[in-house]
Design a protein around this ligand. Sequence first.
Ligand code: ZN
Length: 429
Amino acid sequence: MSGELTKRLNAEIDRRRDDLVETTRELIRIPTLNPPGDHYRDICDYLDARLARSGFTSTFVRAEGALGDSEKHPRWNIVCRHDGAAAGDCVHFNSHTDVVTVGEGWTRDPFGGEVDGDRIYGRGACDMKGGLATSIIAAEAFIAVMPDYRGAIEISGTADEETGGFGGVAHLAEEGWFNPERVQHVIIPEPLNKDRICIGHRGVWWAEIETKGRIAHGSMPFLGDCAIRHMTAVLAEMEDSLFPALASRQTAMPVVPEGARQSTLNINAIHGGLAEQEEDYTGMPSACVPDRCVITIDRRFLAEEDLAEVKGEMEALLDKVAAGRPEFSYEIRDLFEVHPVMAARDAPVVTTVGESIREVMGIDPDFVVSPGTYDQKHIDRIGRLKNCIAYGPGILELAHQPDEWISITDMTESAAVMALSLAKLLASD
Ligand SMILES: [Zn+2]
């Protein structure tokens, strides 16, 4: 690719700087909070009108009947498409439109889209309305420079990524939107930093573990069986054997941050015995031996591990505890699981975006893997489309934080990388 082309693309992006800022602000001002999943139709209507300006046609897809979908909170998604002058590959930019709860500690209006210097503030500025706006500007700049391109560009806005993506990308994948015969390259503009390409993520297993006991009067605990004491033994065994074993299990996956380059386990919640009472309850607790104790676990596993073995390891631990405690019984309930996903380092979208980062910024990109999952899992597992990455502007650590912001300079540089990648993938000659 000539430097001349990069220059022309950059000029088109510079001309659109105000448009990039305005588009980001308008997206932030639509408070698409999830849960519960507010304003999905409104943000799809906005994207429809916004992209119609540059010749895209839209399809609205409601994930009817999907997890989370209801008449009160319908899961609306949109796929906007622009066709080139001849047949060729389709490059698809996928962004989730939902944002997480605002939380405490803000000094800016979370849905105001305030601009201060190089920053735009708001819930979702970084994760990932800035990335969505960046992909729109990149596509428009590319089309202006290369109107006779081959193939097609799609930009989708999808629901529910923050709650698992079942009413969003999973639904689109089930409906064939990510079939490799109709889409060849996918870029998800999640905020991974403008010089980093994320090729996948670790696996996840969420489960509940319950220890069982027998209720009795608290003054005569020997007549019952304390489920919390059983759980304490489970937790002690985890401390003694499981956590050290997980820490020693290192992966060849380039996970960032580096602390996540191993197997991990989080205990999300623990509950046993009497339910917590309402705040206005002024009475005393009752005297009961707890008959159940439940923990929720979040086990992240590596490409080198097998999910059946991960589950088997936990069962073996519980059986070991059971061997030393005559009354002990337990139950494991699966909640959620996702296998690790990783695009090949030589996949076309990986190498193309890597070259574009080098040409636009003059630096070598980092190839990374995310500690947590995102919508690539559905594109990979349901859509069977492996040529997929996350690449977008924004500082990962700002996601879900108070005073979340995105840098306008990062967005324009990232737009240049995306536009140049389109030119490489969809060149007419
Ligand atoms: Zn995100």
